[in-house]
Design a protein around this ligand. Structure first.
Ligand code: KG4
Ligand code: ZN
Length: 339
């Protein structure tokens, strides 16, 4: 089965080919224009997806050495995400499915992130059940995964997502957009103990997260400092802030493991690219004898490889979505994306 995956939920236009469950190409065109505005501008994103989707598809076919006639299925993100951006991918996929007479399957973007853990090694029977921490720009959620397709929410952020906390923190620190990679880089040479930022909800009973207080604490910290000191301690501030975000993620993850008794953990989403988080996950796995996985760097942020792989899985199970399918900007991972 040759599946073309399409991703356009936010500011990355992606097209990827998966042949019989093996990733053969993955083309991502990232929209750098948003950095001028300090965040994603929805209308700009939609226009750029329109410009980029055909070149991304052509390139992914070329790289995989596959022609349009050979495609046996199409997988496309229908939510969650920006409405106008999602429409570009879905309409493109519907047109192609109709013209070529091939099946279409609608994919939940968050389930795609989950699949990014199984792009370089196939999913094995004994991988399930596991706990999944999804940490992106729009979501921070803990899920119990009994098998692929069967998900139960354990906890989520009550306010900002972890990626949003990085993006907003970076804006306050004048480190640019996207904020996660900028803070990660600045923090490499900083002192993480320079400021003791709060760890909201750490130690609390459930598995929920909260990050908005952390951003506010950074705001007030910066107000207490003069511009010259901020400039000379920017790396220290970034390292302290990053450590607080990662501490919160680790605390909630530990809680989920404690509550469920599970020993397998997968982390996915843009924030899974964070070097401190990856380091802390490795240390924890070794100390507590857990099996912890996270995707290779290039598959943490948005891409179509994960959508094509989720599509392969769902198409193999016989799932099909009608050509009347619609975008679902607020789709949850435990809601079916297929109709
Ligand atoms: O999954 P993703 O590409 O898009 C969404 O589905 O939201 O995640 C983007 C988020 C952004 O907030 C970005 O700042 C964050 O992931 N991110 C990082 C890193 N790389 C990307 N956060 C922390 N450290 C990183 N290295
Ligand atoms: Zn994403």
């Amino acid at each position: 089965m040759i599946v073309l995956g399409l991703e356009s939920s936010c500011d990355d236009t992606g097209a990827a080919i998966v042949i019989d469950g093996r990733l053969c190409s993955n083309e991502v065109i990232t929209q750098m224009e948003h950095s001028r505005y300090g965040g994603v501008v929805p209308e700009v994103a939609s226009r750029l997806h329109e410009q980029n989707i055909l070149p991304a598809v052509r390139r992914s076919l070329e790289l995989a050495n596959v022609s349009l006639d050979q495609l046996s299925g199409l997988a496309v993100t229908v939510g969650p995400g920006l409405a106008g951006a999602l429409m570009v991918g879905l309409n493109f996929a519907k047109g192609l499915a109709q013209a070529r007479g091939i099946p279409l399957v609608c994919i939940n973007h968050m389930e795609g992130h989950l699949w990014s853990n199984f792009l370089e090694r196939p999913l094995q029977d004994d991988d399930c059940p596991f706990i999944c921490l999804l940490v992106s720009g729009g979501h921070t959620q803990l899920w119990r995964v009994d098998r692929m397709g069967s998900y139960r929410l354990l906890g989520s952020s009550l306010d900002d997502a972890a990626g949003e906390a990085f993006d907003k923190g970076a804006r306050l620190l004048e480190l640019g957009y996207p904020g996660g990679p900028a803070i990660d880089k600045a923090a490499q040479s900083g002192d993480p103990n320079f400021v003791e930022f709060p760890r909201p909800l750490a130690g609390s009973a459930g598995c929920d997260f909260s990050f908005s207080g952390l951003k506010t604490a950074l705001y007030y910290q910066l107000r207490r400092m003069d511009p010259a000191t901020i400039a000379s301690r920017r790396q220290d501030l970034a390292a302290s802030y990053q450590q607080a975000v990662v501490d919160c993620l680790m605390d909630r993850l530990r809680k989920a493991v404690e509550l469920t008794g599970m020993t397998r953990v997968c982390v996915a989403g843009g924030v899974a690219a964070n070097s401190l988080l990856r380091e802390r996950l490795d240390t924890w796995a070794a100390a507590d004898h857990l099996v912890v996985s996270y995707p290779p760097q290039q598959f943490c942020t948005d891409n179509a490889a994960m959508i094509a792989m989720a599509g392969h899985f769902r198409l193999m199970q016989g799932e099909r979505s009608p050509l009347s399918s619609e975008i679902k900007p607020n789709l949850r991972m435990d809601q079916l994306a297929t109709n």
